[in-house]
Structures are given as C-alpha cells and as structure tokens.
Design a protein around this ligand. Sequence first.
Ligand code: HEC
Length: 303
Amino acid sequence: MPRYTARERRERYLREYDFQKRTGKQFFPYAIYHDAIMSVIVVGVIIAMAVFWRMDFGAVPTDASAAREGGLLGPAYESRADPAIEGYDPKPEWYFFFLFELLKIFKTPELLIVGSVIIPTLMMMALIALPFIDRRPERRVSRRPVAMAVGVAVPIVLLALTWRGDQGAGIAGEASNRPGATAFAQTLGCGTCHKLADAGTAGNVGPVLDDALPDYAEAVQVITNGRGAMPAFEDIGEDQINCIAGYVATWSGGEGETPGPNAASAEQAYPAACEAAGGEYAGEAGASAAGVPSRGGSAQAAG
Ligand code: HEC
C-alpha cells in the first residue's frame, strides 16, 4: 500500500468530499425514506406475528398446573410460577453465562464487585481505548502478535466462561421418590445450595454432592454442625439427620437405580431412620400415608 503524507491524505479527502457533494444523494430525504420503509416492514412483521400467535395459541387451560401447549409460536402462558419451589435455580439467558460464571468465581460478598462491576468495566474501557492505543496502519496478521494474541484469547476466555456458566447451573429437575429426596430438595432447602441429581436440585453455593461424594459419617457431621457457609441442621432431630445423611451418602454419584460409591456407608441406618422420621423424609409411600400435603407440586408428584 502506498503511504501518503497527512497533507496528501487531506487533499484526497477534500476531492472525494467535493465529488460526493455534487453527485451523491442527501441524507434527508433519501436515507430517511429508506429507513422509514424498512422500519415499517419490521414493525409490520412483528404485528403480523403477534396476530398470528394470538389466533394460534389455542385454549388457555383453566387449571394452573396443567401443561401449556402452544401453537407454532408457543403457548399463551408458561405454567404459573410456583413460589413454593425452593430448589429453583435462576439462570440467565445463554449470552450472559460468562457474566454468570464470573459472579460464581467472585462469589464472596467482598469480591462480588470485582466480577459484577470492575472486570466488565475494565473490558468496556479497553474496547473504547483500543483505537487510541493501536494506531499503527499495519494490518498484516503476522506482524501484529500482541493484537492477534489478545484477539484470540478474549473469545476463548468468553467461550470457556460461557460453557462453564452453563455447566454449573443445570436446570433444577424433579426429586426422586426415594426416602429423604423430598426433604432434601424442599423441606430443608439443601437443594438451594447443593446440586444433587437424584433430588433434582441445582444449587451452586455449596459443593456439587454428586462430585463431593460424602460418606455417611461425614454427612452426619456436616449436617449436624454445619461447616463454613453451611448452616447447622442440629435442630431437625436425630432420625431426620440420619435419614438425610444416609440419602446423601447413598444417592450422591448414583445413577438411576444404582446407588453411589459411598452407599455402603449408610446401608444399615438410612431407610430405617427415614421411616422413623416419617413425613416428607419417608419417601413416596410414607409421605402419602402420613397425608403430607403436596408442597411445590411437581417434586412430590414425581414418580
Ligand atoms: C446456605 C447454603 C447451604 C445449605 C442450605 C446446605 N448446605 Fe451443605 N454445604 C454448603 C457449603 C458452602 C458447604 C462446603 C462447606 C466447606 O467445606 O467449607 C457444604 C458442605 C456440605 C457437605 C460436605 C460436602 C463435602 O465436601 O464432602 C454435605 C454432605 C452437605 N453440605 C450436605 C447438605 C445437606 C444434606 C443439606 C440440607 C440439610 C445442606 N448441605 C444444606 C452450603 C449449604
């Protein structure tokens, strides 16, 4: 590419400007006219889709818990929000997963501002500053190692954070009907902090129990006395604690009908303790026998 002096560049620019002034079209009304037509088309399509959707979504079920079926453009409403569900894991849209993951990395209250404000602000400022920092006319990739490295590293980091953000969260599912599952997911709210597949919970404050694989004695200890950010559950009673600890030891890391690797540590005590604790601790049979009213609907209706 030939190099021009500043003066030559200015002359070229003035020539071009003059030429465009004489031969080009004016912003008003030409460009405005184009934009107006395009905007009318876009709004028209949105209105048409709304009208089509209104005619298409079909009857709205009167029963709040009934499944919502929709037409081509989706249902009129999703199922009602259920305030009794404690294991719900709020999750942002996928394109915010990287921020979500940053928040998980800096989750202590003192560090929160680093992930929520400081890092995003620094990145935004770097973007704004970029044209002022990098003023070389060089465009060849091989002669711009720093820019290339940054240009490759940033998307990789963003993609990795997005991927991780998706992993950790997981959608809260339904609790199994094993003894202890409902108590874990709903009654005690363990699931707001812990992910445990069998209980269908996806909390991400405490360790993922399917990975931590606590054995029975350890679980009893932690549940009774608390540990770190985890509160003590001493007050719920001994049978209850033994039941929940047994449930966690048995079904963490388990899959389907196969108990997890630490199941043996709880074998004797677990079902008996849940039976003794009764209610939501006893699992499906016990719960319905004791006439426990359904809390949060879905989890107890499961199975
Ligand atoms: C407020 C959030 C919170 C709640 C609620 C909670 N936990 Fe925890 N739990 C944690 C945290 C945080 C840790 C990690 C503690 C540490 O090691 O510093 C933990 C650790 C554990 C461990 C040990 C895991 C390991 O690393 O071996 C078990 C087992 C456990 N929790 C079970 C439960 C059960 C069962 C319940 C419900 C009765 C429950 N937790 C409720 C936050 C919570």
